[in-house]
Design a protein around this ligand. Structure first.
Ligand SMILES: Cc1cc2nc3c(=O)[nH]c(=O)nc-3n(C[C@H](O)[C@H](O)[C@H](O)COP(=O)(O)O)c2cc1C
Ligand code: SF4
Length: 665
């Protein structure tokens, strides 16, 4: 396989073509964070990453993304970083430091930019750097690179994409300067080239320099393709060893990494640059299997592939895939526990692998001191996680499932358009159940009597839909989301969805999805890159249904959806003509009409089908009986509480329960 073929990147000889892409985890600013980062990166080096790039670290105080954000500007910090480089080198890995100056994206009042133009996604306006300020910043980049070399890094990656400072210099949308750093493209790329030149002069030849170049800005007045090509060639001439791909500015209103982006869906951009330069090109975004990487390499899209989040989901993705890719815990592109956490100032981890960034807390090699007989009741995400973690710890585990297949709510989620990656999580759990020889009892409703022989019982019986009762809600037209998603009921043309949480939005997407719609067309991405920024008119698909979503509370409809993906779902249904209503008081559903008050004003609207997504309640029928018998019982996931339940909480509670019953060493 091409993936496993060695490659030379400047002074570095890499054993394979997979780069672990840059991810700032938040550990960079946490107490004892560098010790945790050292373990985090060491696991990934051991797991086979050909080269690792750290999360972005600023070359000065102003460039940090938040107040007190990580920077590398002193010898004291060199010591912390060498914890990382030592740990990675000990595992035979290689690691580059990413230098990232956020410019106008920095979320603090002392941020700077090429011009004082505020970003729509930041409430702080940047101060325009003086010409002296620009030169000082260039020097600080090179000083940071020197410190990185002292800390033992094998090289650096200069972050020149995603709308950060260097990218802001490159395009006229954000660069209105009249000095030698603004105006013509030659002037606008001067900042980037001076940074590279100054670094190369200081670090010498035996230190790798990668440049992350924005090849598709996805914003108005972004770079043109000829500018991108010109910059790439100039970077090569100035001593860059490899070019990594950047896709989309953070303020772009086009999904670039969410699960609805097809696997490797932006590889065509890197491919366009192949042949323009002789140094290796690295492609990126939504490569979550080694097979997808292999395909991109084989079709000449790039020389290497970057995978970022897949290394959160499974640190051993590269090594495991060499033997059996079914053993890989695959990133599903949900962003829920990684990017969403960063935007909430929490440590980035992973929905399918809560161990990520907490390698110390639940060591992978831990074994229970005493082997127990464990019963897990329910095979949704919580139950599956508890089962395989208890088995990994060495316990003898039996899994009870009343249905004919494992998966619980995942089986519903995977039927939603754009959420088919959940199939991978189920495939992984299924593989691990077999690997650990777990006894799986399908079509078996666990009874108290059948559980009394076990030392510990983990209840993961999940949730049941909350009732929605108004006059007429017992009509046959009023149906549950479960029956809709399972295809058990026919849904009419005009549909009311009761409840605007994640499930309500999922149902709206399910009903309005257009099978013929293509990702690039739907979101207005110009594959030919004929226009600046790579934008064209979006062509949202057509929907067969007229759908309205109802929310009782006042706030924005769908306002509680994921931090970094909620806007995509809201925009997607808006583009399909779905009507959203808030401040709703339901009155009745009679003679095919829903009567309700919206902000106090009465309406009566005809609907063929009303889909109830009005929340869920906890379902734990065995709990009291088992407790009465004095059994050791732990409830997890929906069985513990239906409030704020999602797969992330469920999987984490499964892991915690397994460790709770297992003093380990
Ligand atoms: C939690 C998180 C933090 C990130 N931090 C950085 C960063 O500091 N620098 C950077 O260039 N990209 C960063 N990225 C973007 C990734 O490098 C990568 O481009 C993106 O996740 C898409 O690739 P993937 O599908 O392989 O994850 C981050 C992504 C995530 C999920
Ligand atoms: S939280 Fe979701 S997107 Fe992030 S790494 Fe895990 S599976 Fe991938």
């Amino acid at each position: 396989m091409l993936v496993y073929k060695p490659i030379t990147l400047g002074p570095l000889k890499l054993s394979n073509r997979i780069l672990m892409g840059s991810m700032h985890t938040g550990l960079e600013e946490a107490k004892d964070g560098f010790k945790a980062l050292a373990r985090f990166y060491a696991e990934r080096a051991k797991g086979g990453a050909g080269l690792i790039v750290t999360g972005g670290i600023s070359p000065n105080r102003r460039g940090a993304l938040k107040p007190g954000g990580a920077r590398l500007t002193s010898r004291r910090q060199v010591k912390e970083h060498s914890l990382i480089t030592d740990a990675v080198h000990k595992e035979g890995g290689k690691i580059c430091l990413q230098i990232l100056h956020g410019g106008r994206y920095c979320y603090h009042p002392f941020n700077v930019g090429p011009s004082n133009i505020k970003a729509a996604i930041n409430r702080f306006s940047p101060r325009s750097l003086s010409t002296r300020g620009v030169r000082k910043t260039v020097r600080q980049y090179s000083e940071c690179a020197v410190l990185a070399k002292e800390a033992g890094y094998d090289g650096i990656e200069i972050m020149g994409s995603e709308g950060y400072l260097i990218n802001q210099f490159l395009v006229t949308a954000t660069n209105k300067r009249t000095d030698t750093y603004g105006g013509s493209f030659e002037n606008r790329m001067r900042f980037a080239l001076e940074i590279i030149q100054s670094i190369r002069e200081k670090v010498g030849k035996d230190f790798a320099i990668i440049f992350r170049l924005s090849m598709l800005d996805l914003v108005n007045e972004g770079s043109s393709w000829s500018e991108i090509e010109m910059l790439a060639k100039s970077l090569e001439n100035h001593g860059v060893d490899a070019i990594n791909t950047g896709i989309g500015w953070h303020e772009a209103r086009i999904p670039t990494i969410a699960t609805l982006v097809p696997r490797g869906g932006f590889a065509f951009v890197t491919q366009k640059l192949m042949g323009s330069v002789q140094i290796p090109l690295i492609t990126t975004n939504r490569f979550n299997t080694i097979e997808a990487c292999e395909e991109a390499l084989a079709s000449g899209c790039a020389d290497m592939v970057s995978m970022a989040r897949p290394f959160l989901a499974d640190p051993e993705i590269v090594n495991k895939s060499k033997v059996n890719s079914n053993a890989v815990n695959t990133c599903i592109g949900c962003n829920q526990a990684c990017l969403d956490h960063i935007f909430k100032n929490k440590i980035a981890t992973c929905l399918v692998n809560p161990r990520a960034s907490h390698e110390d807390k639940w060591p992978r090699q831990a074994k229970a001191n005493v082997i127990k007989r464990v019963a897990v009741v329910g095979s949704g995400p919580a139950g599956l996680s508890a089962t395989i973690e208890a088995a990994r710890l060495g316990h003898t585990v039996t899994l009870f499932e009343s249905n004919s297949e494992i998966g619980g709510q995942f089986n519903l989620a995977k039927s939603i358009p754009g959420k088919d990656e959940f199939n991978e999580t189920l495939r992984y759990f299924d593989f691990m159940l077999k690997e650990f020889a777990v006894q799986v009892k399908l079509n078996t409703r666990a009874e108290i009597a059948s559980l009394t022989d076990y030392d510990h019982i983990i209840l993961a019986t999940g949730v049941k839909p909350r009732n929605w009762t108004i006059p007429g809600s017992d009509s046959k037209e009023v149906v549950s989301y479960i029956d809709v998603l399972k295809g058990n009921v026919a849904v009419g043309k005009r549909v009311a969805i009761i409840g605007a949480g994640g499930i309500g939005f999922d149902v709206a997407e399910f009903l309005t999805h257009d099978e013929t719609s293509q990702f690039l067309e739907e979101w207005g991405i110009d594959e030919t890159l004929a226009e600046r920024g790579g934008l064209k008119e979006p062509m949202p698909g057509k929907s067969d249904h007229h759908v309205e979503i109802f929310q009782r509370s006042e706030g924005k409809v769908g306002g509680k959806l994921g931090k970094t993906t909620g806007w995509i779902h809201r925009l997607q249904i808006k583009n399909k003509g779905v009507i959203t209503r808030n401040c709703i008081e339901y009155q009745s559903f009679e003679e095919g009409h829903l009567t309700f008050k919206e902000s106090g004003i009465e309406h009566r609207i005809a609907f063929d089908t009303v889909v109830v997504c009005a929340g869920q309640t906890s379902y734990a029928p065995l709990l009291d009986g088992l407790r009465a018998k004095g059994k050791s019982v732990i409830s997890i996931g929906g069985a513990l509480s239906a409030s704020k339940l999602d797969a992330q909480r469920a999987i984490k509670e499964g892991l915690e329960a397994a460790y709770e019953i297992s003093p380990w060493s």
